[in-house]
Design a protein around this ligand. Sequence first.
Ligand code: ADP
Ligand code: ADP
Length: 228
Amino acid sequence: MIRFEQVSKRYPDGTWAVNDLSFQVAEGELVTLVGPSGCGKTTTMKMVNRLIEPTDGRILLDGADISTVDPVELRRRIGYVIQQVGLFPHKTVLDNTATVPHLLGWRRSQARARAAELLELVGLDPGTHGDRYPDQLSGGQRQRVGVARALAADPPVLLMDEPFGAVDPLVREHLQNEFLKLQETVRKTVLFVTHDIEEAVRLGDRMAVYGHGRIEQLDAPAKILGAP
Ligand code: ADP
Ligand code: ADP
């Protein structure tokens, strides 16, 4: 479903952030990208939704080279969640979540109904939390809204870049559990960046261990941990 073919990225200052990367992620699979900071995880991720263009190689989504896919279509097919989810501060939680369906041309009432559904899916009560503003939410709740919003267009692919990185460990564990449950329901193809090895083991169907712009190991967490 997502396929990297000999992908490299060199930044203008000469840094080779990603070097000759080839791997693929199956439909409905969750692959965690783990490794020390600066080893190319975020660069890998951002090349999938074309926030960054590779210097060499190509990336295929369902067999199509992403450089040939219309950017609007690409955005519809790929949800993106980052560490500090940027919510519109002057919109309520419900309206923040309804933004994407609304942009996709849904009527306002339909978009809001869809938003309420999505909030429930991520463990927020639309009645209690829907009318609040982002600054009236905890960090964990804001990240949940971010996940809800990323799911709004029902994209087959989710890119998650340290989505639970900024919340305290207990909340993080809670969010991880909820995300695993959610994934059982929605079955997205997921690339999930984390520098927390426990998180990578817990969530990943497979785990890609990065070092210096390359994937050094890619396998089920149990196999990697059990390896001599
Ligand atoms: P190593 O993995 O052996 O440490 P590097 O990744 O540091 O090698 O690459 C050595 C040099 O080769 C880099 O400084 C860069 O100039 C060049 N290089 C690396 N990757 C590529 C590539 N994909 N295409 C062209 N040149 C490359
Ligand atoms: P990670 O997500 O694993 O922390 P990144 O993909 O963010 O790694 O970065 C990989 C390498 O590329 C690092 O050496 C980083 O400093 C460098 N890098 C990232 N973004 C840029 C940029 N815009 N310009 C130059 N170098 C960058």
